[in-house]
Design a binder for this molecule. Structure first.
Ligand SMILES: CC(C)(COP(=O)(O)OP(=O)(O)OC[C@H]1O[C@@H](n2cnc3c(N)ncnc32)[C@H](O)[C@@H]1OP(=O)(O)O)[C@@H](O)C(=O)NCCC(=O)NCCS
Length: 154
């Protein structure tokens, strides 16, 4: 059972919508509408096993030198098999290709990111994030997500 990572295409919108909705209902991810997914499909990567989408992730550019990992998730039954790391590697590779030197995430899955070379940092070092997205979030004053960062080049 080998996983293949690839760029998402418009035919993946339904799978992505359902996968992200499942996590959003558990408060793990922000929801994405089908409409938004259709418009932003180029930002997504997916992992496939036997032709079925079992994982996804996306990159959001926050500034000239920073991208954020978003919507990274692996479906139940496929976790712990290295597929999340494969997707994260692909997103890191994309950031490098875009010559963006820093990649960050806000997450509850700190150990996973640490195993993939990220370090814990203060959210406050990302004013691009705090003053664009976080200010609109209902959890702003009680955010329990941890910021993690990987520096790709100085
Ligand atoms: C976090 C997530 C994407 C990891 O995907 P995955 O395919 O299970 O991860 P991998 O199998 O590539 O794991 C890589 C390593 O991290 C470890 N790891 C994975 N999830 C972990 C967790 N929750 N806590 C601690 N370690 C974890 C694995 O044991 C593995 O270590 P190893 O290589 O020493 O065995 C997946 O668990 C998930 O979908 N979580 C829910 C959604 C979520 O919170 N996403 C993050 C949003 S930013």
């Amino acid at each position: 059972m080998t996983a293949v990572c690839r760029k998402a295409s418009p035919k993946d919108v339904d799978s992505l919508y359902l996968m992200i909705k499942g996590y959003a209902e558990r408060g793990i991810m922000l929801p994405r509408s089908r409409d938004v997914l259709e418009r932003q499909i180029d930002l997504f990567v997916v992992a496939e096993v036997d032709g079925n989408v079992v994982g996804c992730g996306s990159l959001c550019q926050l500034g000239n030198d920073l991208v954020e990992v978003r919507s990274l998730g692996i479906s139940e039954g496929h976790k712990g098999q290295g597929i999340g790391s494969l997707l994260l590697d692909k997103l890191v590779e994309e950031a490098r290709e875009l010559q963006i030197p820093k990649i960050m995430a806000l997450t509850y899955e700190v150990s996973f990111f640490e195993k993939n070379g990220f370090v814990i940092v203060s959210k406050e070092i990302f004013p691009e994030k705090v003053w664009t997205d976080c200010v609109h979030c209902s959890k702003q004053s009680c955010c329990d997500e941890i910021a993690v960062l990987k520096v790709l080049s100085e």
